[in-house]
Design a protein around this ligand. Structure first.
Ligand SMILES: Cc1cc2nc3c(=O)[nH]c(=O)nc-3n(C[C@H](O)[C@H](O)[C@H](O)COP(=O)(O)OP(=O)(O)OC[C@H]3O[C@@H](n4cnc5c(N)ncnc54)[C@H](O)[C@@H]3O)c2cc1C
Length: 311
């Protein structure tokens, strides 16, 4: 079969891995410029050179046996390592969170910087549409491996049941602040959790394999992010910096760089499914949101969808 996957995050790539291993031809399409999805890494210019930040997922766990096996392989290949700073069961990509996604994407046919905004089906199969233009290639199957809200847009004309599942699975936003300092902050703390304003903050430079100056990633709590969704970057930088200083009990020096990123769909909802597949339409849906808001859930969902299609 020729299969198109919209979304080249972990769920789409995990699905592609299984389908390609079974002999199918898979093409992935992603609107981003490069690999990562919500496990992405941001590089920012400073006077001491580029500093990279894991500005999406901070760490992940591997509780499922099959996912644990995959993570062990990533460790053997030097693209993941344990990060004791977040707990005994925490893993991170090495040298940056997007490393496993980069490695997975490298073995597939991925088209980057292409936002799919429509799907067309005729007797010969599926075609994808971008910017109002239909892409010529025909596919037997189409898979959506994107957040629920974005999947809902593409599902609207096709499967009303799947659309209802996506529409009821709502993601929470997350304002994320990235800071780097020429001199390390005078604190032993590596991570901060569960403050009403800051849901999570951690010293990014404490993670294994990271080089460069003292860098921090500060994630606002879901409630605060929602309340301040339309704030300017400058407002967010100022409020979250002040809050971090309060919590750590240190004065923050002028940073080498300060940048805020608004994730509209950060922490997914939970549809209590593994994956969705419509055999008549030959359309599938996977993504963390089918199972829960975690890296492991994305891998499990993509793998589950491939298993359903192959069966
Ligand atoms: C701020 C933040 C913090 C997080 N913290 C953690 C954590 O600590 N631990 C943890 O386990 N998980 C965490 N997560 C969640 C984790 O990152 C996700 O569960 C996982 O990466 C989701 O993978 P996915 O493949 O389902 O979706 P994504 O990674 O979102 O992949 C979807 C891909 O589809 C692309 N796309 C979307 N729409 C289109 C379109 N129309 N056309 C083409 N391409 C499209 C996107 O560019 C993206 O690359 C966090 C996420 C965020 C944002």
């Amino acid at each position: 079969m020729k299969i198109a996957i919209v979304g080249s995050g972990l769920s789409g790539l995990a699905c592609a891995d299984q389908l390609v291993a079974a002999g199918h031809r898979v093409s992935l399409f992603d609107k981003a410029r490069g690999p990562g999805g919500r496990m992405s890494t941001r590089r920012l210019d400073t006077v001491v050179g580029q500093v990279s930040f894991d500005h999406g997922a901070q760490y992940f766990t591997a509780r499922d046996q099959a996912f644990q096996t995959v993570v062990n392989q990533w460790q053997d290949n030097g693209i993941a390592a344990r990060w004791p700073g977040a707990g005994p069961d925490a893993w991170v990509g090495v040298p940056a969170m997007n490393a496993p996604i980069k490695a997975l994407a490298a073995r597939h046919d991925v088209t980057w910087s292409l936002r799919i905004d429509g799907l067309v089906k005729n007797d010969d199969g599926w075609q994808l549409q971008s910017d109002g233009q239909i892409i010529e290639t025909l596919f037997d199957n189409v898979i959506l491996a994107i957040p629920a809200e974005q999947a809902a847009d593409l599902l609207a004309s096709w499967d009303k049941d799947f659309l209802a599942v996506a529409a009821h699975t709502v993601s929470a936003p997350c304002w994320t602040l990235m800071l780097a300092f020429a001199e390390s902050l005078q604190t032993d703390k590596i991570a901060v959790r569960d403050d009403p304003v800051i849901g999570w903050a951690a010293r990014n430079s404490d993670k294994p394999g990271r080089t460069g100056p003292d860098s921090w990633v500060i994630q606002a709590s879901p409630d605060w992010s929602l309340e301040h969704l339309e704030d300017s970057q400058d407002q967010v930088i100022s409020i979250l910096s002040a809050r971090l200083a309060d919590i750590l009990g240190v004065a923050l020096p002028d940073p080498l760089v300060a940048s805020a990123h608004r994730w509209r769909y950060a922490r997914s909802g939970k549809a209590d499914q593994n994956a969705l597949y419509n055999e008549d339409l030959k359309m599938g849906v996977c993504g963390d949101w089918l199972i829960g808001p975690r890296v492991e859930c994305a891998w499990l969902s993509g793998t589950a969808l491939a298993r359903i299609i192959l069966a």
